[in-house]
Design a protein around this ligand. Sequence first.
Ligand code: NDP
Length: 292
Amino acid sequence: MSKIIDGKSFAAELRADVAKRVAALKERDGIVPGLAVVLVGEDPASQVYVRNKGKQTVEVGMQSFEHKLPDTTSQETLIDLIDQLNVDESVHGILVQLPLPKQIDEKAVINRINPDKDVDGFHLDNVGRLSIGDNGIVPCTPLGCIMMIKDQLGDLSGKHAVVVGRSNIVGKPVANLLLQENCTVVITHSRTKNLQEECLRADILVAAVGRPEMIKGDWVKPGATVIDVGINRIDAGDGKTRLVGDVDFASAEAVAGKITPVPGGVGPMTIACLLHNTLQQACRINDLSVPD
Ligand code: NDP
């Protein structure tokens, strides 16, 4: 196995696996999983994400429903749309692209989604299920991280895992998933003292900070598995920009046993896991097993 974890290939394999099962579900039960993506406003990055999600949804044989609403949309209008999607039998997954404009309360909108269709795993029901180790919907980026780690390392029991970052969308769910895999988990954040020392103890180091190249090679235990969730755009010095992670790849790669690059590491796994979650829910909602 190579030292650099190829998220792009892994995500392509996962999408191919989802596509195969989607075809089998259609054949066996006449059901086509449907994913509705709601975008409010014109944020350019969000528009790119939504376009990519729609394209990949169709590529795996699912139905894609895109709802684009103006920046001035009221909370009431958005909630009305969520209510319609909640009862629409052709929709098995609902994703509201974040962030939302400031007149809308994100929590109220997310918690209005039927928890069985909350393929982002952000509804309080699913957050609660994850925290008690119950069978709910797991957020896509953390799920992608854990799939990659397990694929590389197999059994994670007893490994020392350090997660840098405690956000609700990445840090905390990743930590919960590592705990479910019987790792000893340390969650660090901006108030952590001696962060470098904490990181140096990690067999598995997950960086979800949002600070370009903060984690250097001398923060990494030799042989550790390093998962870099960060996506940061920095000045490339030639009038252009480039993407880097939260880990200083050049120095960390020299020390790590395995490491994800940015781009091409965790990033591609997020949409693949969204499609995986949508398929799972299409089966669960219809009380069917996921086809082999
Ligand atoms: P947040 O800004 O929500 O959280 C960042 C976390 O990092 C916080 O818990 C914060 O601590 C901690 N932190 C900030 N500065 C430091 C520091 N100097 N030392 C230690 N900890 C620090 O970010 P997200 O979790 O949403 O995202 C993290 C990164 O992952 C971003 O680069 C984002 O773009 C990327 N991302 C990538 C995705 C993908 O691959 N598809 C999906 C989602 C995110 P505190 O809580 O104390 O403030």
